[in-house]
Design a protein around this ligand. Sequence first.
Ligand SMILES: [Zn+2]
Length: 138
Amino acid sequence: MASSSERPMLLPALFTMKCPSCRKSTVFVNKSIFPLGKCLELKNECEICGEKMKSESNNGGGINYALSMMLFFLNLLWYWPIFGLSYKDNSVYYYLVSSTMVVLVLQPWLMRLSRMLYLYLYVGFGHSRRIDIENSHP
Ligand SMILES: [Zn+2]
């Protein structure tokens, strides 16, 4: 294993879908989200540090829901200045529809991001060095 004297930054690693333990190798099998059916396919383990990616049967579902809601309301930031919101016309309705569209279109990335967040919450930096000890206990 390479020396980890230099610790890669947390957030860039998180958003580029890097391994939570060494922050060098990617977590997903496919770099792109296509094919969509496999966009959440994780590697069995990190090829650099050996951190197990599939050991947790997480789906990040709760985090995904939170992210989707967050994005939904973040859409206000561009929708409001550009189109304006008023209770007098249908603008609220259009906002809801366009927000839903944005959330749906970005869903593959949101799902990846929530899975990443879950991994990063669960697996700390340098975690892989301890995994053999942990696994030896049934
Ligand atoms: Zn790793």
